[in-house]
Design a protein around this ligand. Structure first.
Ligand code: 7PJ
Length: 261
């Protein structure tokens, strides 16, 4: 899943791909590099960010989805928590909803049910504005898994088909570095529940803090974490550096498919 941010303030490439033309060029490049999904996001969810209005988010995301629709052949995803944006985005060509709030906003379950597209349910403790203040868990893996299974139940109760759901532990969303590490090491516990798991670790603060790397120096670290997530059963990797990440995923898949012990 290649990341296409259309925010002026996103944490790693904010402001770089704002116009529809640049967005289209970047999406085409990611598709050529092997992306199977392009994820378009118009609201920064970096730690401390405040969120934008529905109108602002619509004005960022919809023109880009319209520009991409029919021009790239892989499915388009919309990274949003707002029901109105979900509806308009699917209307504009999005085929997947990626919700960091796991459909907890008022009206989000109904929107996803009406739209009948696949949905990624992500775990987050708190809100982007406050989530890194003091993340706190007794057993982070258990709590994240329990939360996600509860959201699956809520989604199914709302009439969303289970086969349309995927799960994401939400690396960096209300988690310390040790929490993120425990979640990645424990990823098979989430994978074991049978729904496809998505992992987003690309350029995240974990890489920056553990290695002491600035944003533009996190490629090797990000690819290492993507490799590990793939080995632990993640089916979709959300990444900025598509070419390098696809190389890593393909090699993991090649090795894991080898015969014998
Ligand atoms: C994630 C996301 C993630 C899913 C962002 C960033 C911050 N959606 N949206 N999973 N992260 N599903 O690009 O690093 O980890 S925004």
């Amino acid at each position: 899943m290649g990341i296409l941010n259309v925010t002026p303030d996103s944490f790693s490439d904010g402001g770089v791909f704002v116009g529809a033309d640049q967005a289209l060029a970047h999406a085409r490049q990611m598709e050529a590099d092997g992306a199977a999904i392009i994820d378009v996001g118009g609201e920064s969810t970096r730690p401390g960010s405040r969120g934008v209005s529905v109108d602002e988010e619509l004005s960022r995301v919809i023109p880009v989805l319209e520009a991409l629709h029919g021009e790239v052949s892989v499915p388009l995803s919309v990274d949003t928590s707002k029901p109105a944006v979900m509806r308009a985005a699917v209307d504009a060509g999005a085929g997947l909803i990626n919700d960091v709030m796991a459909l907890r906003r008022d009206g989000a379950l109904a929107a996803a049910r009406d739209l009948s597209v696949p949905v990624c349910l992500m775990h987050m403790q708190g809100t982007p504005e406050t989530m890194q203040d003091k993340p706190c868990y007794q057993h982070v893996v258990k709590e994240v898994v329990t939360f996600l299974l509860e959201r699956v139940e809520a989604a199914e109760a709302a009439g969303i088909e289970r086969c349309n759901l995927m799960l994401d532990p939400g690396f960096g969303f209300g988690k310390t570095d040790p929490h993120n590490a425990e979640l990645l090491k424990g990823l098979p516990k989430l994978v074991g529940h049978g729904l496809p798991v998505l992992a987003g670790l690309s350029r995240k603060s974990l890489v920056g803090r553990v290695l002491g790397r600035a944003m533009e120096e996190r490629l090797a670290g990000s690819v290492a974490l993507a490799t590990m997530a793939t080995m632990h059963g993640a089916r979709i990797i959300r990444a900025h550096d598509v070419r390098e990440t696809v190389d890593a995923v393909r090699l993991v898949n090649y090795v894991m498919a080898a015969q014998g012990a």
